[in-house]
Design a protein around this ligand. Structure first.
Ligand code: ADP
Ligand code: MG
Length: 403
């Protein structure tokens, strides 16, 4: 281990009273935007094979550290002859003290609400010492996405996304949006073919604190509104107004560059769980195109240009109208119709001859076409028509055969 990491762990132990009594820090495993995560051994864990229900009860009393006996070294069985399990490893998430208390509470409360959900990382407990809050989670062994995504076959993708969409279905069923779906927040182990969703630091309950957005009106209402509006009658004016008196729009745009859904970019104020489906689609496009990161924009305007290049001006305009916005561009590389996802994937993987005569050299296989048909459902620009996690699990791409 790097000496600077050792120093950091020493500092953490020193700053956090009594933490050494319960945890043995092993390594630093993550340094995110909002936290540092350490791998540790839980020394107070009574690691017997049939004590899951005890653990469950402990979990229910989150924020209260369980009062358990320290594990004695070398003891293989307890007084009742129950066999010891392996030591329990945990991930200790040290949330940066600059995060607001409301935000930290939100993360812990949502994690607590999601307890027991399939493929979602459970919260074991949480502690606070002065301004420092730590969350304790079971440790999940996983492989860095960059080390396996290029080698994934379509069946591998099906297993990966079945796991991810199982987690999303559970989270969405509780009316929670994750808001930051991306490979580093889905800990996947290709060998075990299992993944867990982590990082609810940006998650929120659906429709909190929002003004209604136009995209939730019915299509009849929309037709009436658009027909009666002067802007629609005259068409969008060219250029940007010199003195723009329109009120500015504010919407939650939290998330990661390249994974934001179009409605987030258009500042829709009533964002739904469908924003997570879009982000999951970006992961699938990354794997199919063998390019990471696939979208590489510096800001929201660039992100819109990237999306528009694929989907075309026509569909972007329709999408903007859903949210009461306009989409205009004079960039020559953005065409009216855009490109099919199939084309994009063939180009990205250099499987057609640079668009020269003769068409694609190695066309998509039937199973790849199935993956693309699923991807198209994740990338519906209209969030209301976009596939839900529950529906996704029934899509031929994810549905387990024989079920
Ligand atoms: P942040 O909000 O800082 O992004 P995360 O919860 O995403 O925090 O954690 C950051 C990183 O720490 C993750 O990408 C992952 O590599 C590692 N990590 C987080 N939780 C666990 C866990 N339960 N088991 C193993 N590693 C974890
Ligand atoms: Mg994260």
């Amino acid at each position: 281990i790097d000496s600077s990491v050792l120093q950091d762990m020493d500092k953490f132990e020193a700053s956090f009273k009594d933490i050494k009594d319960r945890f043995r820090l092993i390594n630093r495993i993550g340094e995110g935007t909002f936290s540092t995560v350490y791998k540790a051994e839980d020394l107070l864990y009574e690691a017997y094979e049939n004590d899951w229900d005890i653990e469950e009860k402990e979990n229910a009393k989150w924020m209260t550290p369980p009062l358990k006996k320290r594990r004695t070294e070398g003891q293989e069985q307890d007084d009742y002859g129950r066999r010891r399990r392996r030591p329990r490893y945990v991930a200790i998430k040290k949330i940066y003290v600059t995060s607001s208390p409301a935000r930290i509470l939100n993360e812990l409360e949502l994690l607590n609400a999601l307890k027991g959900c399939d493929s979602v990382c459970p919260l074991i407990t949480a502690f606070r010492n002065t301004d420092q809050v730590v969350a304790v989670l079971p440790y999940f062994r996983h492989t860095d996405f960059r080390n396996y995504f290029r080698d994934m076959t379509v069946p591998d993708m099906q297993i990966y996304f079945r796991s991810l969409f199982t987690a999303l279905a559970a989270v969405h069923a509780k009316g929670i949006l994750h808001r930051d779906i991306k490979p580093t927040n889905f800990l996947y182990e290709p060998e075990k073919q299992r993944g867990v969703l982590v990082d609810f630091g940006l998650a929120e309950k659906e429709f909190t604190d929002s003004k209604p957005c136009l995209c939730t009106e019915s299509s009849a209402e929309r037709r009436r509104r658009v027909q009666s509006s002067i802007a629609a009658a005259m068409g969008p004016s060219s250029g940007y107004p010199r003195n723009d008196s329109r009120p500015s729009r504010r919407a939650n745009r939290a998330g990661t560059r390249g994974f934001r859904a179009p409605e987030v970019l258009f500042k829709c104020t009533e964002q739904t769980t469908k924003i997570d489906i879009w982000s999951a689609g970006v992961i699938l496009l990354t794997i199919l195109s063998r390019r990471f990161p696939f979208f590489n924009s510096a800001d929201d305007v660039e992100a819109m240009i990237e999306i528009a290049t694929i989907f075309g001006v026509r569909r972007m305009k329709a999408c903007a109208y859903l949210h009461g916005a306009c989409f205009e561009t004079s960039i020559p590389t953005i065409g009216q119709a855009g490109f099919s996802l199939e084309k994009i994937i063939l180009w990205s993987t250099c499987r057609n001859d640079g668009g020269k005569a003769g068409g694609p050299e190695i066309p998509l296989t039937e199973e790849e076409k199935l993956a693309v048909s699923f991807l198209e459902r994740c990338f519906d620009l209209d969030p209301r028509r976009r596939i839900s996690a529950e529906e996704a699990l029934q899509h031929p791409f994810l549905k387990v055969k024989g079920e």
